[in-house]
Every structure is written in structure tokens, then in C-alpha cells.
Design a protein around this ligand. Sequence first.
Ligand code: 8BR
Length: 432
Amino acid sequence: MKIYDGVIDWGIKRARDSKMIGLGFHSVIDGLVKIDPKKIGNLDLAIPQKFSDLPDSIKCIDDFWKGLIFSFSNGSALQLMIDSKEVYEWIMKTFGTGTLRLGGTSANMAKGLIPFPFEKILVYVYPLKKEIANLFSNSKNLFVVGNNGLDHPINAYDGEGIDAIHWIFEFSQGQSITVKDQIYACPRSNRFIASWNPANSKLEVRDPFRSYVIDHAKDISHFLVSGFHIMQEVYPDGETVEDRIDELLKFIQTVKDKNSEIRFHLEFASIRRDRVRRAVEEKLFSMFDSLGLNEVELSWVARDMGYDEKDILNLDVERISQIISEIMRGDLSRVHFHTLGFYLLVLKGDYDLESQKKALAFASLAAAQRAMDGEINLERFKYVLDIPEKYDYKEWERDGIHFILFPTKVVPSPKITVGLGDTISSLAFVLG
Ligand code: 8BR
């Protein structure tokens, strides 16, 4: 199809011409655990019937099981933060760390960008211990800020240990778990994520990264911020999410003052806590140039605005366009909505539409190829080019806002889906 013509070569050239790309503030170790129902036995608890019955974080062992069983019996993805050290220790004792893998939105974006000839990908990793440093691949264009300036994580780590872990409990269609003697079958393979991350949950921007970025702002062209989903509403020391977001804004403002050309992108991710999500919507949307989110995330934004979230989940393009137009205020001039089968890109003001479209096409190819093979391999992009799209391309304008409905490539039996959203958003933003 025409929208994909010449896009691979274009993307490579565009990447070559780039400057430094900053990624903050959420890199973490994922621990992959395959659920073995036989080991779980017969659980004795009340299963949440609907999404709103779920706890908004894990405060006790029952909360953990509720999240897991809900996700398992509905075949739906779910992420909950662990708020209790006792539960963290209990999970570690019960399941171990599982198979370690690099995770977190910023590290996922790094994984998706480093295979391309971008000059410098600078990622924030805190705490930068040996275990997480070792999980980064050996790429020449990947950097953290160490005590001696820019370096590969493996040359810059400080100490050993796993201070934060996001457990990914994977389950498969057809497995069953018994609760109160009743058998619950899993309708669809998916995952439940339980995250322990007190070390980074304030999204503090620490030195030496902080001073480096401020001092070298002139070298940076794009900065992608994410990780709000691991924040708390009120921290044990009394600080609030609003306090923390104000601090983050001060950092962004300082960087903008040094270089007003830097484009800032906010990747929403799955922010379950109401007060955190509202703080992000109210304080941050208007301060960023660009926003990336999926249908579930937009449905929560819509609900916060008083709309019916079902319209978004049913992919009602008219309603999706309306909600996105409404959130575009202040600096926010680009919103990239992604779902299975299409992207909706919404632009206000002075954008090069051709570049934006090509960047979407490139991101779609990269996501499909990553889904097919598990990791990005540019040589294999050509194998997804033949996959037919299921939606029709459409472009329209309303009240000075430009809409592009872009049909994407969808691989029939993906090897992985985790991290695809981060790949899509980051590639489309930095290439566009
Ligand atoms: P999130 O992780 O933010 O939900 O993003 C997931 C995105 O991955 C979806 O919006 C969709 O665009 C993409 N995706 C999924 Br899920 N499965 C895919 C597949 N089999 N082929 C291509 N893209 C896929």
C-alpha cells in the first residue's frame, strides 16, 4: 500500500540525522514468572467481579491474589503497584525473581530505538546497579550519565542488588485456577504485573543525569518522559504526587530555558491511581508538546472528563477525536493514540504532515516486526510489509486540528506484545 512506500529507507536516513534523545524516568528489571496453577492450590477469597472492584494497589496478600485471579479469569492485562514491603518479600519467597529482563517504559523505548542509527540515546536508570546494567544490550549509541560523563550502563554501574522489580505473571489460555472449589479457566493468554519500586516511585531526577541534561540541553532534540504509573498519591514522608510533579516540571522548565527547541513527549502508560492520573492530566498535558496513549488509557482520561469510557474502548473514532481535541491545550499540539489495527494522530499547528505519516508507518513496521520476532531487526521489516491492513486510511481537519487515521500492520501470532506501545510512540515521535 502506498502509505508504506519508501518508508524504511526514509526512517533510516532520518534516524542518522538525529541529535541526542533523552529517555526518563522509568527503567526497571522485569521478573518473568510463568504461572503454574498446580502450585497455587485452592484459593479462598472473593474474586472481584468488575474492574472497579479491584484494589488500586496491592496492600496485602489478598490484594495480590485478587489482581492475579481477575486478570487470569478475564484474560486481560493488569498492572498493580505493590505498596507493602511484606507483600514484596512474600512474593519473592513464593515465586523468586523469575527470569530477569530489562523493562520499564524508558528502557523499553531505549530497546526500540537503539537498533536504528540514532546518534545518541540517553536513558535514565536509577538506581544503576550491576544487575540492571547487565541487561542493556551492547549498543554503541546507548548511554547513561555516569560519574565520568556519558557511558554505557555496564561501565557506569554503582553496586549490586535488585532494589526494584516488576513481576510479570504470564498465564496461558486453557489453564485453570481453583477458587473456593470453583474452577476458573483462562480465556486468553495475557499477563498480570505486580510492581515493587519504592526507590524510583517519586520520579526524582537525580544527579549526575540532571546536571548533564541541563548543561548539554543544546545537544538534545527530543526528550520522552514516562513512569507516572509507578507514582504514589501520598508518600510515606507526607510528600504528594502534586509536589513531585511540580518538581519534575521545574526540571523540564530549566531544560526548556536552556534549549527551547527540544520537543517533549509524555507517554501516559497505565496510571491506575486516580489522584496521580488527574495530576498528570491537569498539570502536565499542557506543558508537553506530544502525548502518547492507548485505548484503555484514553478511556480513563475520558472518564475523568465525565464521558463514557465505553465509547473509547469500543473504538468510536468520532468520540476519540472529540476527547483528544479537548485535551489539546497549551503546548500540547500532537497526540498519538494507538490501538490494535490503527493509530490516530492528531496535530495542531505547524507540523510537516509527510514526515509525521512516514514516521507512523515506520513505527507500525517496527512494532509488527518486533511482535513477530521478539526483538527489532531492520533486515526483517520487509516481511511485515505484505500484511494487509484492516482499516482504511483517512485524513480530515476540524477547527484547525488535523486528524490522521493510520491503518497499521498487525502480526497474527505475536511472539511478544509487552513494550510494543513504547516502541510505537517513541519511534513515531522522534522520527516525525
Ligand atoms: P500498549 O502496550 O501501550 O498497550 O501498546 C500495545 C500496542 O501494540 C497496541 O496498541 C498495538 O498497536 C500493538 N500491537 C499489539 Br498489542 N499486538 C500487535 C501485533 N500482533 N502486531 C502489531 N502490533 C501489535
